[in-house]
Ligand binder design. Structure first.
Ligand code: TYD
Length: 133
């Protein structure tokens, strides 16, 4: 089973340009409690390096591109996020790393819960231990 799960977001745009609508529990499979976005990422910077115990997120690259590595403890898969029409759904207990950000990359993230540091696993060894339990 792939750990790269995309949801297609319909482009409602017309000759004036693009318009994409996101509706919680309609085209995104969870209630959205938090939204954040990553932009102006410096050259050669990698981010992430954590998993979440409970959180589900949807990552949408609304401008530019970046690459994401997802790892479920058994296998690792990489994906380019390079389209505002695609949301990458990342469930709990998936280690993620983001890199190769273009200068113009704006990565929008929708999250199922409020920010909670106790939901993070920031140590890869600890992540593998949790997975094997
Ligand atoms: P972090 O999750 O480590 O960023 P990334 O995984 O993209 O490298 O977050 C960086 C800092 O911002 C960290 O101190 C936690 C804080 N933060 C919040 O306060 N609220 C949030 O919603 C997020 C995502 C991070």
């Amino acid at each position: 089973m792939s750990i790269i799960n995309w949801v297609d977001l319909e482009n409602l745009g017309d000759e004036r340009g693009s318009l994409i609508s996101i509706e919680a529990e309609k085209n995104i499979p969870f209630k959205v409690k938090r939204i954040y976005y990553i932009s102006k990422t410096k050259e050669n910077i990698s981010r992430g390096f954590h998993a979440h115990k409970e959180l589900t997120q949807a990552a949408i690259c609304v401008n530019g591109k970046c690459r994401m590595l997802l790892d479920n403890g058994e296998k690792k898969q990489e994906a380019w996020l390079d389209s505002p029409n695609k949301a990458l759904i990342i469930g709990p207990m998936i280690w993620r790393e983001m890199y190769d950000f273009s200068d113009d990359c704006i990565l929008l993230v929708l999250a199922s819960e409020y920010y909670d540091e106790s939901d993070y696993i920031r140590n890869y060894k600890e992540f593998l231990e949790c997975i094997s339990q």
